[in-house]
Structure formats: C-alpha cells, structure tokens
Design a protein around this ligand. Sequence first.
Ligand code: SF4
Length: 266
Amino acid sequence: MTRKPKHVAMFSGGAASAYVAYLMVQKHGRENCILFFSDTLWEHEDNYRFMFEVAEYIGIEFHRVMDGRTPEEVFDQTRFLGNSRLAKCSSELKVRQTVIFIEDLRDQGYEPILYFGIGPHEKQRQQNLTEFYEHQATEPVETRFPLVDSILKDEDLKGIIEKDWKIKLPYMYELGFSHANCGGRCVRGGFNHYKDLLRIWPDVYHQQEEMENRLREKLGDVTILKHHEGQPVTLTQYREQLESNEALLLASSEEDDTVPCVCVFS
Ligand code: SF4
C-alpha cells in the first residue's frame, strides 16, 4: 500500500523552524502538514508561548510529545552525564520520541517527511541529520531543508516573524542566544556556549553547575565540558577560570555548528 505523505516540521521553538513550518504549509496545505515538538521539560517557558502563537498563525495542528523525564533524570538513570560528544538526553528524549511518532504515522497509512530549519551555513548539520534519519526508524525517513538554498538570513526570518506575523520571538533570542533549545542548558553546547551562558544568564549556568555537582557525587569524575584531548573540566573550574579573567569572559565567540547534535535545528 502506498502511504500518503505527511509533512512534519521539526519544531524546536526557534525562528528558523517556525519559518520552515510556514513554507511547508504554503506548499503542501495545512491538512497534509503537522508541527512536531518533543519536549525535554527543560524548555524556557517563553518557548511554549512562541510555539502556540506560531501554530495558531500558521493554522495547523501542533503535536507535542514528551518522554516525561528531564535530561538530568536520564543522566541519573543511565549513569552517564551528557557532554559535547555523547548526549543520551538527545537519543532518549528527542530521537526516541520522534521515531515513535514516525512509526505511528506509518501505522496510520502516512509516510512522514521531516523538515528542519537548517540554514546555508549549517551544511554539516544537514548532512548529519540526513544520514541519521536514514537509519533510525524501520525504514529510511526523507529529510528536507528548505532554507539551505534560501537567500534569507536568520535576521530576515526573525524580522518577518516579528513585523509581518506580529509574534514576539522567544526570550532566549533577546538574551543573545543563537537557538532556544533546552532553555540554554544544552550539554552539547561546548566551552563557548557555557562562557556565553555565564556572562548572559549566570543563574542558568549555576543551575547546570549544581546539576553537574549532584551527578559527580553519584557518578564520580564526570563533566559536561571536555577538552579536545578528552581532559575533563568541571563547570566550577571553568567558572572560576572565567571569573578570574574578565577579558576571556567578555571575548565574543561563535558556537560550534559542527557538533552533530540532532536536537539543535534552530
Ligand atoms: S538540546 Fe542538548 S540538553 Fe537538550 S536534549 Fe538535546 S542534547 Fe540534551
């Protein structure tokens, strides 16, 4: 039996995935489309406001799923603290929920096609996601990236959403973060992300530091941050290093977009 295509925007609470959802609906019609969001329970509350407003503006169904555990509970249960190389929160809370959703759609006679808000500067992430979803479900899943060849930049998309759609962007953009996943707490963020977090949003940095310390008490010498050679650096050590070197703390940095995180699709 031939399955009917179902176009699925992988919604993350970011501007690019919102705009991709809009393009998808323009092309394929709202009855053939769905917004999909897998909730890690670490999202910033303003992300929910943004997601509901976008879904209402576009006029399509917003499908929110959740495992029910937070990333910290996954780290605790699997006895493995996620880091920039391996994050079981991503596979347990995001990927697993997505695969369940894909197989459910297929059981209902639909063939899902996944859409991601990946920009032209994120070719590596596009390739990672394409290869990744070829192997996760019982059959390969088609992935599409409508913004990869677009001339629209991130700033253009944000302008359209705020000025034309009249929807306020998520608070995390206002703070200066490039994406809004997991309320700034992503364990795959790396040194530059955590430096920005300490400078811009110290309370959230401290929250992560406290979580790392709780898990270190239970699991031993585990850390979120690791140097390239694998040498661990605790968030307490990194904070102390940054606090003793203001120039380093204030230096601008770019987040590493080569990290093959399947959660972060803007
Ligand atoms: S965004 Fe980061 S912290 Fe959140 S589930 Fe994905 S890898 Fe884990």
